[in-house]
Design a protein around this ligand. Structure first.
Ligand code: Q0Z
Length: 291
């Protein structure tokens, strides 16, 4: 996990100890509390596996607000938010979540309504994703007859997760927990997809993470249904045949495709691309949450 990125080092926070960083988020221990963690979403944006410069001001706060909103909407699903009176530094307040430290399951709980990305690549090679056999003749971006659970084994930071069949999840966490993870993931996805549809968005897929704590083996953790963990597409564009168009990141992707050959460090994004992307993040959250 502890790899750095061009945007510099992790923000030092008094009373918290950095544990590691992903491409766009930082994780801290809470000094003196081994049962809690602080998860901080940065304003960094990634595309094509690269972290880009400059950051998108407001992104971390928007995606944190979105995760909190989804936890609210999914109140019957146990989640990792902590209610302890720990003071969060002002510098990160609106993009931080104080959470209970769980024993994380080594499984990414991916649900897909659409076959695309790495799932489509696997389907082309094997006719299945994570052992789920699919109809023949699907093309990139096709809607599936119903959402499918396509778990993956969590790779080390920087590597791509490895899709695994459900049987392998059973070996990793036991049959009862495996079924709980699958059923909860599909339930969360179906409910979220319905909310997204009302907002004119197609939730193509999402990646959920769960951990265990005493009394509850499947606590929803990490960020939930953000556009960094999910593909949100504009439903109207999709219907018009424009598939795979990311609701928020497409502007960045299109600009990069035109200005970068994928080798070496990516060029800095122009201010106009940054501003339009920030607007899209705001619009995503407004459309989902009703402003
Ligand atoms: C989440 C991650 C991030 C880098 C560990 N409630 C929890 N209990 C135990 N562990 C985690 C959680 Cl959320 C946990 N990650 C992912 C988050 C930066 C990696 F902000 N790693």
């Amino acid at each position: 996990m502890a790899h750095g990125h061009r945007s510099g080092t992790v923000t030092p926070l008094a009373g918290f100890t950095p544990l590691g960083s992903g491409k766009v988020r930082d994780l801290y221990a809470v000094d003196g509390r081994d049962d809690l963690l602080l998860l901080v979403a940065s304003d960094r944006v990634s595309a094509f596996d690269a972290v880009l410069e400059p950051a998108i001001a407001g992104k971390g706060a928007l995606l944190t607000a979105l995760t909190r909103w989804w936890f609210d909407r999914l109140a019957d699903v146990p989640n990792h938010l902590a209610s302890d009176p720990v003071a969060i530094p002002d510098a990160v307040r609106d993009r931080a979540m104080l959470v209970r430290r769980l024993s994380m399951h080594p499984v990414e709980c991916v649900v897909r309504a659409v076959v695309t990305g790495s799932g489509y690549a696997e389907y082309r090679e094997t006719g299945a994703i994570s052992g789920v056999r699919l109809p023949v003749g699907l093309t990139d971006g096709d809607l599936l007859p119903e959402p499918i659970f396509t778990p993956a084994f969590k790779a080390e930071q920087g590597e791509h997760d490895e899709n695994i069949p459900f049987d392998r999840v059973v070996e990793l966490v036991g049959g009862e927990v495996a079924e709980r993870l699958r059923d909860r993931s599909l339930d969360v996805f179906r409910r979220a997809a319905a909310v997204a549809a009302d907002a004119g968005l197609l939730l193509a897929d999402t990646k959920l993470e769960f951990g265990a704590e005493p009394g509850e083996p499947a606590v929803l953790a990490d960020e939930v249904l953000t556009s960094d963990s999910s593909r949100y597409w504009d439903a109207e564009a999709y219907s018009a045949g424009r598939r795979g168009v990311s609701f928020d990141k497409q502007i960045v992707r299109d600009w990069l495709k035109a200005h970068w050959d994928g080798t070496g460090a990516p060029p800095s994004l122009p201010a106009e691309v940054v501003a339009r992307t920030a607007d899209r993040y705001r619009e995503l959250v407004e459309r989902l949450t009703g402003g």
